[in-house]
Design a protein. Sequence first.
Length: 384
Amino acid sequence: MTTWAPFAIGHGYHSDVRAGENTGKERIAVIGSGNWGSVAAKLVATNALSHENIHDEVRMWVFEETLANGEKLTQVINKNKINVKYLPNVNLGVNVVADPNLENTVKDATMLVFCTPHQFVESICKQLQGKVNPNAKAISLIKGMEVKPDGPVMLSKLITKHLGIDCSVLMGANIANEVAMEQFSEATVGYKADTSIAKSWVQAFATPYFHVAAIKDVEGVELCGTLKNVVAIAAGFVDGLGMGNNTKAAIMRIGLKEMIGFSKLLFPTVSDATFFESCGVADLITTCFGGRNRKVAEAYARNGGKRSFDELEAELLGGQKLQGVLTAGEVFQVLKARNWEKKFPLFATVHKIAIGHLPPSTIVDYDNESAQKLHRNPSVGVIG
Ligand SMILES: NC(=O)C1=CN([C@@H]2O[C@H](COP(=O)(O)OP(=O)(O)OC[C@H]3O[C@@H](n4cnc5c(N)ncnc54)[C@H](O)[C@@H]3O)[C@@H](O)[C@H]2O)C=CC1
Ligand SMILES: O=C(CO)COP(=O)(O)O
């Protein structure tokens, strides 16, 4: 445990503090400072102060913006240690330093935590090429994927491809505002092969109120976090249409089946057990009841699809970003390219509703032969 120097309180401190240092300790940088990115910084900052092998300072990259009062967001964060725009009223920790300069944020870092909305990751990675420590390790907390001409690419893979470093993932039933309030929750680290890397990430994130388990199924964990956002959009439609709990539970069950089917078709190594971890069924439940995707989809359905998702996102989320609508579009590209549309009717329908090609009411109106085959598994004796 390092005692934090009082001079740092309320002032933050600057990159020259790092100059010439080679402490042999891990140094954590967080790339992203939205709602969850800020909570991620709080979690690792707590652990940085309590673990001798981690340097105290946690640098957090902020996509700079000017607030209504004319102040820069980074200046306000460094003054008050609160991200007033994306996580108001929560102290991030005296050792969190907001930095608008991406390159400076990762300079000297040995552990990189990626947490931005998924649509920005590739351009961030391009800016970071050749700028990160080649021995660093990364973890992605980002729920989403990219679709390239030759197929879908998970973001952990994209990060590894651009930066040449190992990338694990951390997903779970983690509504940011609840974790920020230190309410008990769980998360899952998905790692590739090296258990020492998995242990480092568990150490960096786990706290008494945030339990982290690691499993060797990076694609399974990442696909759970990615695909549940599409199901959450469907759950929001059900809420907006005024349908009841049974309907929502049915949509969640069908959605879970499609998550499992889609994940296993893409990566046959994905394990069934992964869906029972926090990243799987628990995240599906929390997002379908309390998430932003659900909230905006509910408003979309309530308005009969007459107001766009972009408009409702801007109105309801105050700068925070939805992932589910983009992900539904990305999943749909895969379904089209592989002729899988009939295997995943819920995913396909969510996309068609979100782009206005179908009315929200069709969320419960997609039973075709293929869907019946997929959702009613004869091997467990279910008929009808
Ligand atoms: N908020 C939550 O409860 C949780 C979110 N996640 C995932 O974490 C990831 C990040 O989400 P949040 O931290 O909640 O972000 P957010 O939804 O609060 O997004 C806003 C962030 O995007 C940044 N931004 C806006 N335009 C940008 C640009 N052009 N380039 C780069 N950054 C830009 C903003 O500065 C801000 O930091 C997402 O994939 C999300 O699904 C995962 C678990 C929980
Ligand atoms: O991923 C989340 C909880 O684990 C948050 O989901 P939303 O983006 O829908 O709020």
